[in-house]
Design a protein around this ligand. Structure first.
Ligand SMILES: Nc1ncnc2c1ncn2[C@@H]1O[C@H](COP(=O)(O)OP(=O)(O)OP(=O)(O)O)[C@@H](O)[C@H]1O
Length: 227
């Protein structure tokens, strides 16, 4: 589904070069729940950004369903991200002035869908994450775990083919982390949704089908746990 081949990423800060990725080869298959693990600074978020087309590699090839994304224009990549990808970040990234439902429907509105259809789809996804009664609440009126579930509903609203989550449980206690991880697992199993998640918590591995472990910008090991 997504292939990264020989992907390097160098951040240049003045005269200093940071080699965040040093030649990564990974394949993400449809329907997988993949954990990208590794110690701090190993390149996990950078890899997620490359696979999610949020940033471009310095060198190497990324292909989605066989198509080389480096040949896409920025506009085409933007459309692709909006319609095919869902993103979840550790700080939830909700708009504080908008209600939960308004946050959830933002990507659907941006994709030009009819307002009534956006509301109906948004309500249905809020129900799916267990917040059907909380659509009118502002993010500040919700707990961290609830805010992250709103962010998951928002990521799902355009029915993407792949969900990218960057340390989605980093700000949650273990009970809320489990709720969020159970939700990812359920979405993965019932909607056949591909999930790629960055984590540095070893206990999360019980949820993953496969782990890609990074070290110093390279794949140190891949472990298949299920499937
Ligand atoms: N925008 C940037 N500019 C400069 N250096 C960066 C940038 N983003 C990341 N880096 C550097 O690239 C390396 C990899 O960073 P990355 O955030 O991908 O690691 P990570 O494994 O996700 O770490 P963490 O678990 O701490 O979030 C680090 O040395 C980091 O300092």
């Amino acid at each position: 589904m997504i292939t990264a081949a020989g992907v390097r990423k160098v951040y240049k800060m003045g005269l200093v070069e940071v080699h965040a990725l040093r030649g990564i080869y990974v394949d993400i298959e449809k329907g997988e729940f993949v954990g990208i693990m590794g110690s701090s600074g190993s390149g996990k978020s950078t890899l997620l950004h490359m696979l999610g087309l949020l940033d471009r590699p310095t060198e190497g090839r990324i292909a989605i369903n066989g198509r080389n994304v480096l040949e896409m224009s920025d506009e085409e990549k933007g459309r692709f991200r909006l319609s095919r990808f869902g993103f979840i970040f550790q700080d939830y990234a909700l708009v504080p002035e908008l209600t939960a439902l308004e946050n959830v429907i933002l990507p659907a509105m941006a994709a030009g869908r009819l307002h009534e259809e956006c509301i109906a789809t948004g309500e249905s996804y809020l129900g799916r994450v267990g917040l059907g009664e909380r659509g009118g609440h502002l993010p500040s009126e919700l707990s961290g775990g609830e805010q992250q579930r709103v962010a998951i509903a928002r990521a799902l609203v355009n029915n993407p083919s792949i969900l990218f989550a960057d340390e989605p449980c980093a700000n949650l206690d273990s009970a809320n982390s489990r709720t969020v991880l159970d939700l990812f697992r359920e979405i993965n199993e019932t909607l056949d949704q591909t999930v790629v998640m960055v984590s540095h918590e070893e206990w999360h591995r019980e949820y993953f089908d496969r782990i890609i472990r990074l070290k110093d910008g390279l794949v140190a090991e891949e472990i298949r746990l299920k499937g």
